[in-house]
Design a protein around this ligand. Structure first.
Ligand code: SF4
Length: 351
């Protein structure tokens, strides 16, 4: 007997292909997808013909849901952290990021994991210390947004693939999830409000470019000095800065987009005027924006710069770099939800 069809694991087109042998049309596949994602059930139909067909679909399929093991809300800034379990024993986390709290524009951005653990080994990241455990399935990624939406105080209007894992090393599932999230019969989140973050997996960036994916691209750079970058981001050895620069140049030319470059600020490491100058050299004419994010390391190996150091670096960036620079707030540190803190364990297990 064929395995039951997981109704959350497909784009509407693929769902139609999976259910076509039962007699499901493309429009019914879209109705099924919409009902599954919005209500967690198959659609109800009064006509005898459709009712029989839907009974056949029910018998041949299943609708999974992530198990919520823990939920924490920061009293400080309203960030939410969820600890979740899907198909296997490995757990993973999602974060709800509240924007414009207490205003009519209030909305939430869901930060989702694409893997349980991560094999990229960035030394300033707790997930990296776990190592890779497994890739998540498309439904496990997309369903995190449902979990965040249920926990959030405002509607989810955006998704960032910046939780646990390197999304571009789980490319098929991550891109399928993004399509499910953005389809009108899925969760209908604007594709432009979905961002992929990568340490710079060059072959995947090239594929993303060739496929003309409509989502935004964020690259974690942190240093434009190869030796320094390799010290904190071992991925530099596999995807060196010159190759990364070439791939991003082609991405920007093909898409007409700017690429966002995340710079994790580490005191005494990547905040010297020289770091700004090297960044300017590496950038050349790349259309980019620079996002500065304080490092979060509860073990104290890495410390965020103080205001004076941050200001000196900011001034140097203004002097050398033409790209816009913004400081990004990484919230939820008090509940282990901030960038670099996701550890895939219960709060009481955090050390
Ligand atoms: S920063 Fe991202 S890519 Fe690097 S180890 Fe952490 S989860 Fe993996």
């Amino acid at each position: 007997m064929a395995a039951p069809v997981n109704l959350k694991n497909y784009t509407s087109e693929a769902l139609h292909r999976a259910l076509a042998p039962l007699g499901v049309t493309p429009s019914l596949a879209r109705r099924i997808q919409a009902s599954v994602w919005r209500r967690g059930t198959l659609p109800f139909d009064r006509s005898d013909l459709s009712a029989t067909l839907l009974q056949r679909v029910a018998a041949a399929s299943h609708i999974p849901s992530l198990e919520r093991l823990e939920q924490a809300v920061s009293p400080r800034d309203g960030f939410t952290r969820l600890l979740l379990r899907g198909d296997g024993p490995d757990v993973f986390e999602s974060v709800g990021i509240p924007l414009y709290r207490g205003t009519p524009r209030a909305r939430t951005v869901a930060c989702v994991s694409s893997q349980a653990g991560c094999g990229m080994g960035c030394v300033f990241c707790r997930t990296g210390r776990l190592g890779w455990r497994r890739d998540l399935a498309a439904w496990e990624i997309a369903d995190q947004v449902v979990g965040v939406a249920q926990a959030a105080a405002s509607p989810v209007r955006g998704v960032v693939f910046m939780g646990m894992g390197e999304a571009f090393l789980n490319y098929e599932a991550a891109l399928t999830a993004a399509q499910i999230l953005s389809e009108p019969s899925g969760l209908a989140i604007a594709a432009r409000a979905i961002s992929f973050s990568t340490v710079g997996v060059v072959p995947a960036i090239r594929r993303f470019t060739a496929e003309r994916q409509p989502y935004r691209l964020v690259v974690s750079l942190t240093s434009a000095d190869a030796a320094r970058r390799r010290r904190v981001m071992p991925a530099e050895a596999a995807y060196p800065l010159p190759e990364l620069r070439a791939a991003l140049g082609d991405y920007c030319a093909a898409s007409g987009e700017r690429v966002s470059l995340a710079w994790t600020l580490i005191a005494g490491f990547n905040t010297r005027p020289d770091d700004a100058r090297q960044l300017a050299e590496w950038l050349g004419d790349l259309p980019a924006r620079i996002d500065l994010i304080d490092v979060n390391d509860p073990d104290g190996h890495f410390v965020a710069p103080d205001e004076a150091e941050r200001q000196t670096f900011h001034d140097a960036l203004r002097r050398w770099v033409r790209a816009p620079v913004a400081r990004r707030y990484s919230g939820g540190a008090d509940i282990g939800a901030a960038c670099g803190l996701l550890a895939g364990c219960r709060r009481t297990e955090r050390v």
